[in-house]
Design a protein around this ligand. Structure first.
Ligand code: SF4
Ligand code: FES
Length: 195
């Protein structure tokens, strides 16, 4: 693999061609928050919490670091004012969706977000897709999937597959950032699962 060098937060950081910005940054011990990223899964780029600012003023822009390819000479800021403000906004939204989730509460506290200003119905699922992707990509079971679009979008166990596959597996439960997956499983368990 060809070596590349990025400037991240003012430091020269070396990575390899083919890595994302997130991988290079984390490899150097630079903390970037993530909620939908998992190193064993294909990047999904949906929570947007990992956003960073790239380029040099006045030509800079925000990109999601878990999907954006690292490139030689790229200038990256992981905690610029613009990044912090956007992360705060995202955390307000996430807090409204999943008010009790520890990881979100901790991040909100770190970024000085005290309450969800946005009025959203708490669904407790942040649609990160970790459960769906883990089941599809690692377990090759497709026992859980997304249904609906827009604000109707939600995660659902697929009864025909889940009745057999889920009870002995449950490997996706610890991946869920909000814990709602296991709660939902318990709710539908009595209806769907015999084991
Ligand atoms: S149930 Fe949990 S893991 Fe699955 S999409 Fe929702 S928040 Fe993510
Ligand atoms: S971790 Fe990058 S978008 Fe969620």
């Amino acid at each position: 693999m060809e070596k590349i060098t990025l400037n991240i937060d003012g430091k020269e950081i070396t990575g390899e061609d083919g890595m994302t910005i997130l991988e290079v940054a984390r490899g150097a011990g630079i903390d970037i928050p993530t909620l939908c990223y998992h190193e064993k899964l294909e990047p999904y780029g949906v929570c947007r919490l990992c956003l960073v600012e790239i380029g040099t003023p006045p030509r800079t822009r925000l990109v999601t670091s878990c999907v954006y390819p690292a490139a030689d000479g790229l200038v990256v800021k992981t905690r610029s004012e613009r990044v912090i403000q956007t992360r705060k906004m995202l955390l307000e939204l996430l807090l409204a969706r999943a008010p009790g989730a520890k990881i979100i509460k901790d991040l909100a506290e770190e970024y000085g977000v005290t309450k969800a200003r946005l009025r959203k119905t708490a669904t407790f699922c942040i649609l990160c897709g970790l459960c769906v992707r883990y089941c599809a990509e690692i377990k090759k079971a497709d026992a859980i999937g997304f249904i609906g679009r827009g604000i109707e979008r939600e995660v659902m166990f697929i009864p025909e597959i889940a009745t057999e596959s889920c009870p002995p597996c449950r490997e996706c439960f610890p991946l869920c950032p909000t814990g709602v997956l296991e709660s939902n499983f318990r709710l539908v368990q009595s209806l769907l699962f015999k084991k």
